[in-house]
Design a protein around this ligand. Structure first.
Ligand SMILES: [Fe+2]
Ligand SMILES: [Fe+2]
Length: 176
């Protein structure tokens, strides 16, 4: 099978894929900020019951959204630019950040109290920094590359573009 080819790619589809991932990243960061905020409040209030509940909710979200998102990226989105000299080092750095995020999720799983809040805060800040690199460096590289296609890389992957946007062109996407 050939690698995703950007030959003759459709600029509109590329832009649409870029926007879909950016929107999904923003949705993810909003959800993560909310969950981490609730855990931090519970720890500050020394409310053990609420701590347990908010930590479980955050872990569940990491297991069902954050980690699958990272793994899905490593397949289709990262492999193309990783094979190109202009982006190899960037992708190496991004992969290393994925490992740190996954390790922090495992740390959060067994932590409690202040340690759990510290791990949660680290996940939040590192993910924010990481997705900014994806939005501003990695995806524009793919869009501008003659040999790669962002639209092809994300086709059918709801982990990358969110529910309802995978594999289909979004209908009624309002400009803003
Ligand atoms: Fe990533
Ligand atoms: Fe991402």
């Amino acid at each position: 099978m050939n690698a995703p080819s950007g030959a003759g790619k459709d600029a509109g589809a590329e832009l649409q894929a870029l926007q879909a991932i950016e929107t999904h990243h923003a949705d993810m960061l909003r959800q993560l900020n909310g969950l981490v905020g609730l855990l931090t409040e519970a720890v500050e209030a020394q409310d053990a019951g609420s701590e347990e509940k908010t930590q479980a909710a955050l872990l569940d979200w990491c297991d069902t959204h954050l980690v699958p998102h990272a793994l899905a990226e490593e397949g289709s989105l990262y492999s193309g630019p990783h094979a190109m000299p202009g982006a190899k080092l960037l992708v190496d750095g991004m992969l290393a950040e994925h490992r740190v995020i996954v390790d922090l999720v495992e740390e959060l799983r067994t932590a409690s109290g202040v340690s759990a809040a510290v791990a949660a805060g680290a996940i939040q800040r590192i993910f924010a920094l990481h997705l900014d690199k994806e939005n501003r460096l990695l995806m524009p590289f793919v869009v501008e590359s003659e040999d790669l296609s962002l639209a092809q890389a994300v086709t059918g992957l709801h982990e990358l573009v969110g529910e309802g946007a995978s594999g289909h062109h979004r209908q009624g996407h309002e400009g803003h």
